[in-house]
Design a protein around this ligand. Structure first.
Ligand code: NAP
Length: 341
C-alpha cells in the first residue's frame, strides 16, 4: 500500500483504489499509528454489500481494536499484528455493488450498519447484508453512522438484559457517552423514569435527551434502594455499591467501564457479578453486543418514530481520523463522534 499521511478526505481515488485509514501494528496513540493513504477497494463477497461510505463513527471499541487491548482480545483481532488494519466498524453510505445472493439491498440504496473486517474509515467498505438496514429517512449520513454499535448495545442492555418496563426507575451510569445517550432515550421510550449519571458539564445534554433526573458523578451520591434497573456503562464502582442502589429484586447490567488494564480491563467485576447473581435476589450480569440485524431494524423504527435521535458531538474529515479517536478517548465527547468520507 502506498501511504501518504494526511491525504485529504474526499480527494478522488483512481479506479479500483480508494483512500483509507491503515495501521500496521498495535499501539495506544492514534496519532502515531494511523495513516491515510491509497489502497485497493474491497470487493463484496457472497452475501456482502459494497458501500460507498459517506460517514463512519468512533467509539471506545475503535480504540480497543486499534490498541489490541485488553490483550486477550488479540486472540480474535490478531496475535502479533492486527489482522484487520482499519479499526472503523460503523458506516452509513450508498450501496455501490452487491455480491452473489444479496436480495435485501440494491445499488443506489442509502444504508447504515456494521461492516465486515475491512474497516469503515475508508471510501468503500463491505458489510454482510444482514448487518445493514436502510438509512432512517429522518437522519443524515453523519447521524446514521453514529447509531449501529452504540445504539445496538444500548438497546440490548435496556430492553433485553435489564428488561425495562413502563414505570421502572432506571439509572444510566455514563449517560453522556456514546452508549449512554442512546440508553437514556431507549429507556424513556420504554416508559421508564430515567436518572442519568455523568460529569457536570454534560448534564444539561443528558436532561435534553429526556432524563427525568441527573446526577454528577463528581459530586452526588447515588440514592440507595431506589432503582429497578441500573445500566452501568461507565462503571468502575464496586459491585456492592451498585447493589445498594438497586431494589431487592433490581437488575444490574454491566455494559463496560474503562480501567485501562492491559490484561482484563475491569472484566473481573463483570465476572463476579455473573457468579454472584444466582445466589442473590437481584439479577446481576453483563453481555457482549450481538450486533444483530434485527436490533438495527428495531432502532430504525425507534428513530423514525422520533423516540431516539443520535447526539453527534463533532464531525471530523477522514484525514483527521486519529484526532477523532483522540477526542473520544480523552473523554471530550458528549454523545458520538463521526468521521466523514
Ligand atoms: N458490552 C458491550 O458489548 C459493549 C459495547 C459497546 C461499548 N462497551 C463499553 O462501554 C463503555 C462505554 O462506551 P462509550 O462508547 O459509551 O464510551 P464514552 O462515549 O467514552 O462514554 C463514557 C461515559 O462514561 C462517563 N464516565 C466517565 N467516568 C465516569 C465515572 N467515574 N462515573 C460515571 N460515569 C463516568 C462519561 O461521562 P463524562 O464524559 O461526563 O465524564 C461518559 O458519559 C466502554 O467501556 C466500552 O468498551 C461495551
Amino acid at each position: 500500500m502506498e501511504t501518504t499521511r494526511g491525504t485529504p478526505a474526499g480527494q478522488s481515488s483512481g479506479p479500483g483504489t480508494m483512500n483509507a485509514v491503515r495501521q500496521e501494528r498495535y499501539g495506544i496513540a492514534p496519532e502515531h499509528l494511523l495513516e491515510v493513504g491509497r489502497t485497493d477497494r474491497p470487493a463484496p463477497r457472497d452475501g456482502e454489500v459494497l458501500v460507498r461510505v459517506r460517514a463512519a463513527s468512533v467509539d471506545r471499541g475503535t480504540w480497543h481494536l486499534m490498541a489490541g487491548r485488553p490483550y486477550p482480545a488479540r486472540l480474535v483481532f490478531g496475535l502479533r499484528r492486527p489482522s484487520f488494519r482499519n479499526p472503523g466498524r460503523n458506516l452509513a453510505g450508498v450501496v455501490e455493488a452487491v455480491g452473489a445472493g444479496v436480495t435485501e439491498h440494491r445499488p443506489g440504496d442509502e444504508v447504515y450498519g456494521i461492516a465486515s473486517a475491512n474497516g469503515t474509515f475508508a471510501e468503500y467498505a463491505a458489510a454482510k447484508q444482514d448487518k445493514l438496514d436502510r438509512k432512517p429517512a429522518n437522519l443524515s449520513f453523519e447521524q446514521a453512522a453514529a447509531v449501529p454499535v452504540s445504539a445496538g448495545t444500548a438497546l440490548e442492555a435496556v430492553r433485553d438484559h435489564a428488561e425495562v418496563r413502563p414505570g421502572d426507575r432506571v439509572l444510566v451510569i455514563g449517560a453522556s457517552g456514546g452508549v449512554g445517550t442512546f440508553a437514556v432515550q431507549i429507556a424513556k421510550a420504554l416508559g421508564a423514569e430515567v436518572t442519568g449519571l455523568a460529569g457536570g458539564a454534560k448534564l444539561d445534554a443528558v436532561r435534553r435527551l429526556g432524563a427525568d433526573a441527573v446526577l454528577d458523578y463528581r459530586r452526588d451520591e447515588i440514592p440507595q434502594g431506589r432503582f429497578d434497573a441500573i445500566i452501568d456503562i461507565a462503571g468502575r464502582r464496586p459491585l456492592a455499591q451498585l447493589r445498594r442502589a438497586l431494589t431487592p429484586h433490581g437488575r444490574l447490567v454491566i455494559v463496560g467501564g474503562e480501567t485501562g488494564g492491559r490484561l482484563f480491563d475491569g472484566l473481573g467485576r463483570q465476572v463476579r457479578a455473573a457468579l454472584l447473581s444466582p445466589f442473590v435476589g437481584q439479577t446481576l450480569g453483563f453481555f457482549v453486543n450481538r450486533e444483530s440485524g434485527a436490533d438495527l431494524r428495531a432502532l430504525t423504527a425507534l428513530i423514525e418514530a422520533g423516540s431516539v435521535t443520535p447526539l453527534v458531538d463533532r464531525v471530523f474529515p477522514l484525514a483527521d481520523t486519529a484526532a477523532a479517536i483522540r477526542y473520544v478517548i480523552d473523554g471530550k465527547a458528549t454523545g458520538k463522534v463521526v468521521v466523514t468520507v
